[in-house]
Design a binder for this molecule. Structure first.
Ligand code: ADP
Ligand code: MG
Length: 244
């Protein structure tokens, strides 16, 4: 299955986006390169989740524009945006089978067509959960539940993927497996991935570009490779404890 955008790719741009819950406003002015994995890092409370929520449409800018593939999506509800999102937890409906949870990626209705069943089975196979259609979420491990969330992303087949610390609650070995799965899927589909993580090694493992947030704004951007050299941004080096 190829995305329509597979050749050109879909850039994500926040153009002078301001937003505030109450006090200190966030200001984001940044572009995420089409078809790349951009790691987003920064201290707790720096605005990482808020940035993703603005792209997904769960929050609306007070001013500025959110552009996805050049189109202003500012007035579109989340379901009409070309994005899918995986959260740290609570991605699944507890009372629905794995198959129905994945099926929600294709249609909000719980009625599944023959084509849906086929697509769901293929997606579950791709994430290593072949044959687990009828399980309930509580019958799966934490890592398996995140695999189900990824399978839903696969059947949804959107050009932009937002990951908000999706594997933060998993141990290091399992996290590496999941990261490699994301990297593999990205190599196949070339979606534009915004990957929020607080683990430098995770950013290093699958990230190509990096956006570093501090105090509700973009403090530094560059390639992941550059960030991890001695010449990387000082605020980032301080954050990961690499010294001045
Ligand atoms: P991060 O994901 O980088 O840890 P967030 O984007 O979640 O940061 O939050 C940034 C700031 O906004 C924090 O100070 C947080 O307390 C505040 N905040 C987040 N969500 C809300 C909300 N729904 N209502 C009020 N304040 C919020
Ligand atoms: Mg967050």
């Amino acid at each position: 299955m190829m995305l329509n955008s597979a050749e050109s790719g879909t850039a994500v741009r926040l153009e002078k986006v301001s937003f505030s819950y109450r006090e200190a406003p966030f200001l984001f002015d940044v572009e995420f390169a089409a078809s790349k994995i951009t790691a987003i890092m920064g201290p707790s409370g720096s605005g990482k989740s808020t940035l993703l929520n603005l792209v997904a449409g769960f929050e609306t800018p007070q001013s500025g524009r959110v552009l996805i593939g050049g189109a202003d999506v500012g007035t579109k509800p989340p379901s009409a945006r070309p994005v899918s999102m995986v959260f740290q937890e609570n991605n699944l409906f507890a009372h629905l089978s794995v198959e129905r949870n994945v099926g929600l990626g294709r249609s909000p209705s719980l009625r599944l067509t023959e084509g849906d069943h086929t697509a769901i089975a293929a997606a579950l196979k791709r994430v290593g959960l072949a044959g687990k259609q009828q399980r309930l979420p509580h019958e799966l491990s934490g890592g398996e539940r995140q695999r189900v969330a990824l399978a839903r992303v696969l059947v949804r087949d959107r050009p932009v993927l937002l990951l908000d610390e999706p594997f933060a609650s998993l141990g290091p070995a399992l996290r590496d497996d999941m990261l490699d799965l994301v990297a593999g899927v990205h190599a196949e589909r070339r979606m534009t991935v915004l990957f929020v993580t607080h683990q430098p090694e995770d950013a290093h493992r699958i990230g190509q570009d990096m956006v570093f947030l501090d105090n509700g704004t973009v403090a530094a951007t560059g390639t992941v490779a550059d960030f991890f050299t001695k010449a990387g941004p000082e605020a980032f080096r301080r954050y990961i404890g690499a010294g001045p």
